[in-house]
Design a protein around this ligand. Structure first.
Ligand SMILES: NC(=O)c1ccc[n+]([C@@H]2O[C@H](COP(=O)([O-])OP(=O)(O)OC[C@H]3O[C@@H](n4cnc5c(N)ncnc54)[C@H](OP(=O)(O)O)[C@@H]3O)[C@@H](O)[C@H]2O)c1
Length: 330
């Protein structure tokens, strides 16, 4: 299963579908075939692993399929994986995560009704591969990452509005990698007016990275800005973060990175709509300027929003701190 979770990571982190890996093992413990899902509209992990076994000339009857997510029982753009597994004569299926998507769930039951053993064995690695996707399905809205670059004293721009560049090359390269993993980037009109950002994903060493949808939230006219250079952008004429997420969900967005500025980030935090924090912290002090986060209506230490599963990563002279947030008030 750990091998299957590793294979799942080859699939794209963005897009409407989860990342899934599958390894088929014969009764004598031999690996017969393996595969992963390469994104919406392509074969799921189970048919990919069955095809791999066939290409290697292996018979999978009586074999066990280890798959990170419960096999689907429905016909979407591809046929039900339960059919592919039973047709191939697989004897048992072990899956690590139950499918939370009501349209696709019920696969284990279907397999059992056909005499195939189906066992749910939770494995942390398999769940972690899809943490954002599973979160989005459970919450019924896009998963929200709030990202910013700040000085040690918590400033995201100087008093004159400049914010280029707070952090160094390595931190900025990392942020480009995150952009390539999400479905959308959202900023406020204030950031567009101040910085005229491109909001594209430009990770080093990736030739044609996935480009997320660019979303701008606010009422003022920003036409002519670089974010509007092609059709891969959406204007959200609202100050309501819930409305922004509804607009993005309607565009099939599962994961969005909110890149500021402070006004928009604060609005999402106040609404309890931030699931994950990414703070790139530079060893610099400004003393004045824009605060990374504004008033959250928290007056006492006990009310502090606290992260969990925290990581701290050195990126050149900067440090990236990531954390997951408990779901706050809606
Ligand atoms: N260091 C970093 O990581 C980083 C990242 C981004 C920006 N920045 C810096 O941050 C500064 C811009 O910050 P900002 O806070 O002015 O920009 P912002 O959050 O991007 O935009 C604020 C504007 O968005 C609209 N808006 C959308 N939702 C809103 C809400 N819930 N409440 C109020 N207004 C809402 C309003 O404009 P309308 O009148 O159009 O409705 C508001 O003036 C710039 O200096 C930029 O360089 C730094």
């Amino acid at each position: 299963m750990v091998r299957a979770a590793g294979l799942a990571l080859h699939g794209p982190a963005h897009g409407p579908n989860p990342r899934v890996g599958c390894v088929i093992v014969g009764p004598d413990g031999t690996m017969l075939g393996e595969g992963w899902h390469r994104g919406a509209g392509t074969p799921h992990a189970e048919p990919a692993a069955l095809a791999d076994a066939a290409a290697r000339g292996h018979d999978v009857s009586g074999a066990t399929a280890y798959v990170t997510l419960e096999p689907c029982a429905h016909t979407g753009r591809t046929g039900p994986c339960t059919d592919a597994l039973s047709r191939a004569g697989v004897g048992a299926v072990v899956y690590a995560v139950e499918d939370p998507n009501p349209q696709a769930a019920g696969g284990a039951q279907v397999l059992r009704s056909r005499g195939i053993e189906a066992r749910h064995v939770p494995v942390a690695q398999a769940r972690d591969v899809n943490r954002r996707w599973l979160g989005a399905v459970a919450l019924g809205r896009p998963w929200v990452i709030a990202k910013w670059a700040q000085t040690l004293d918590g400033r995201t721009a100087a008093a004159d509005g400049t914010s280029f560049w707070i952090t160094g090359d390595e931190a900025r390269a990392h942020a480009h990698g995150v952009r390539a993993e999400v479905d959308a980037i959202l900023v406020g009109t204030g950031t567009v007016a101040a910085d005229d950002p491109e909001l594209s994903a430009r990770p080093a060493h990736v030739e044609a990275p996935h480009q997320p949808l660019r979303a701008v939230m606010g009422r003022r006219d920003t036409s002519g800005a670089r974010v509007w250079r092609d059709g891969n952008a959406v204007a959200i004429d609202s100050h309501d973060p819930h409305e922004a997420l509804r607009v993005l969900a309607a565009r099939d967005v599962r994961t969005v990175v909110v890149e500021g500025g402070g006004t928009v980030t604060t609005a999402f935090l106040r609404a309890g709509l931030v699931d994950e924090l990414h703070a790139y912290i530079a060893p610099a002090l400004l003393g004045s300027g824009t605060a990374a986060v504004g008033d959250l209506g928290i007056a006492t230490m006990g009310g502090a929003l606290r992260g969990r599963d925290v990581t701290a990563t050195a990126l050149g002279v900067d440090t990236l701190v990531t954390a997951f947030l408990q779901r706050g008030p809606q």
